[in-house]
Design a protein around this ligand. Structure first.
Ligand SMILES: Cc1cc2nc3c(=O)[nH]c(=O)nc-3n(C[C@H](O)[C@H](O)[C@H](O)COP(=O)(O)OP(=O)(O)OC[C@H]3O[C@@H](n4cnc5c(N)ncnc54)[C@H](O)[C@@H]3O)c2cc1C
Length: 478
């Protein structure tokens, strides 16, 4: 244990890997600990959220932050972004006002223009004037008469393909097509894993569980922390806790008392009859946690579709949202959820919940009732700092010297957090304050599409999912 690392990072989820790669890009020696056999293997993500349009209840400020951070991450991991649009619809039973949604979209178009003025490379969501388009009943009637297009290219072509499938009688008008893209976790994980393997300044320790941390800041040892793992002890100067929903465990090791929520959720994998042309992501808004929570259908390749339903029978779970109690910094799930997290799901649970999800989507797309279970669910637990369950932009905090705690709520916040940590290490004189922080990452840039394709497919297979989930609906050339 002689070597002293500048930075030690606990947890190789999206946050930990981006921190490690940004530190490596800036020449900062770091060690990343991940208990699993590969990185980005925690809770799933499938939406980029570039504008927050899936969340009608969040503030305009959160929508702008989601858009900016999403663009930054899309530029870092272009091969993981699925450039298919999203249809947003409001069922007649819901209170959401379409006028308010439209006002917000106009605000986002202006903001997107501003981001492009600042840096033309930010134009990753298409031209600003095409960011969204409204469709009323007459427009849909016209499109319904058009033939299906196998590979749609324009908003009208995407709408043409889906108009024949949806029961518009149950929806308010207009419906909206917006350039909110998909995000492929297997492809992001593959690019990150390959980059970490190449990064000289990062030591990646897979299959390595951090068991404890020891605070030696006052002992004049020439380093500040000891990280105790299942095989040895590491010396480090600056500690980053990015261990996801287990963040509280390490806060407790150093007596930090923090309020937080953790939430267990799942999305279901189904297979549907082949339909002629590609369709957008479909969102039917609804009040979260009620029996009519939002329904989401995410298209993948080879007739696979992922489903979220924001009800307790589908994506959310009874006792799935828990908070810290008393002086504990780590909330605890009940035994049923712990079992799912640690041992996986029983076959009957997969069947029941996936079938519930299929019936839920069929309320809006009647022919979807013929879909079948397509694989195990994508599931996991995530952290939400504080006590506001509607928070979508959690970031980083620095509760004590030489210690950063990353608590992102959406994967898009990862780069912002990494750069904030680099700035902090400058202030705390771990690294030179002359170092200029950049969003560019040459190690990630050097990874080829072919290598990402290959590893992403292996990762999906190894984790028990169809290989098709590792591909983009809209394939990108490098
Ligand atoms: C069902 C579901 C759907 C979601 N969909 C989206 C979406 O569409 N878009 C989006 O942006 N976000 C989505 N999220 C949220 C997103 O998954 C999280 O924000 C993100 O994964 C958090 O990343 P992280 O790196 O902070 O934590 P994690 O991904 O949880 O990473 C933490 C890592 O730390 C490791 N670890 C923990 N303890 C130790 C230890 N003692 N030693 C070593 N390693 C340790 C874990 O194994 C894990 O790999 C979704 C979440 C869920 C549950």
């Amino acid at each position: 244990m002689n070597k002293v690392y500048d930075v030690g990072i606990i947890g190789g989820g999206v946050s930990g890997v981006v921190i490690a790669l940004q530190l490596a890009e800036h020449g900062i020696e770091n060690v990343l600990f991940e208990q699993k056999q590969n990185v980005v293997n925690g809770p799933p993500f499938c939406h980029l959220h570039a504008g927050g349009n899936l969340y009608p209840d969040i503030s305009n400020e959160q929508c702008r932050i989601l858009m900016k951070q999403s663009i930054e991450m899309a530029r870092l991991f272009p091969q993981s972004i699925d450039e298919r649009p999203t249809l947003i619809a409001v069922p007649k039973t819901e209170n959401y006002q379409l006028g308010q949604i439209e006002d917000r979209l106009n605000m986002l178009v202006d903001y997107y223009k501003k981001l492009i003025e600042e840096d033309p490379s930010n134009e990753v969501l298409g031209t600003p004037d095409d960011y969204y388009k409204l469709y009323n009943e007459e427009d849909l009637d016209v499109l319904a008469k058009q033939s299906t297009i196998t590979h749609p290219n324009s908003p009208d072509e995407w709408m043409t393909n889906v108009v024949k499938l949806i029961d518009f009688n149950v929806l308010k008008m207009p419906v909206i097509l917006v350039q909110e893209y998909g995000w492929n976790l297997f492809r992001l994980g593959a690019q990150a894993q390959l980059a970490l393997n190449k990064a000289d300044k990062c030591t990646l320790k897979l299959n390595t569980e951090v068991e404890n941390i020891k605070d030696v800041r006052n002992q004049n040892l020439g380093y500040n922390w000891e990280i105790i793992t299942n095989d040895t002890t590491y010396r480090i100067n600056y500690l980053v806790n990015s261990s996801g929903f287990r963040t509280g465990k390490f806060d407790e090791c150093i007596d930090l008392n923090v309020e937080r929520l953790i939430e267990f959720k799942a999305a279901y994998v189904s297979q549907w009859q082949p339909i002629e042309g590609l369709i957008p992501e479909l969102i039917f808004h609804g009040e979260r946690g009620t029996s009519h929570g939002m329904a989401q259908l995410t298209p993948y390749c080879e007739d696979y579709y992922q489903i979220h339903g924001m009800t307790e029978d589908i994506t959310l779970f009874k006792n799935g949202l828990v908070k810290t109690i008393g002086s504990s910094a780590q909330p605890e799930f009940d035994e049923n959820i712990k079992r799912k997290l640690n041992e996986g799901w029983k076959d009957d649970e997969i069947k029941d919940r996936t079938e519930n999800a299929i019936v839920y989507i069929a309320k809006f797309i009647p022919s979807f009732a013929s879909a079948i279970v397509g694989g195990p669910p994508l599931f996991g637990a995530q952290q939400i700092p504080g006590s506001d369950v509607t928070l979508r932009v959690g970031e980083v905090s620095f509760p004590t010297n030489f210690y950063a705690r990353s608590e992102i709520v959406k994967a898009s916040s990862a780069l912002t957090v990494a750069n904030q940590i680099i700035d902090r290490t400058k202030k705390e004189q771990i690294i030179s304050s002359d170092l200029e922080t950049t969003n560019k990452n040459s190690i990630l840039d050097s990874i080829t599409k072919n290598d990402i394709d290959k590893l992403a497919s292996e990762l999906a297979k190894e984790r028990g999912y169809p290989k098709a989930l590792s591909r983009l609906v809209i394939e990108k050339k490098r």
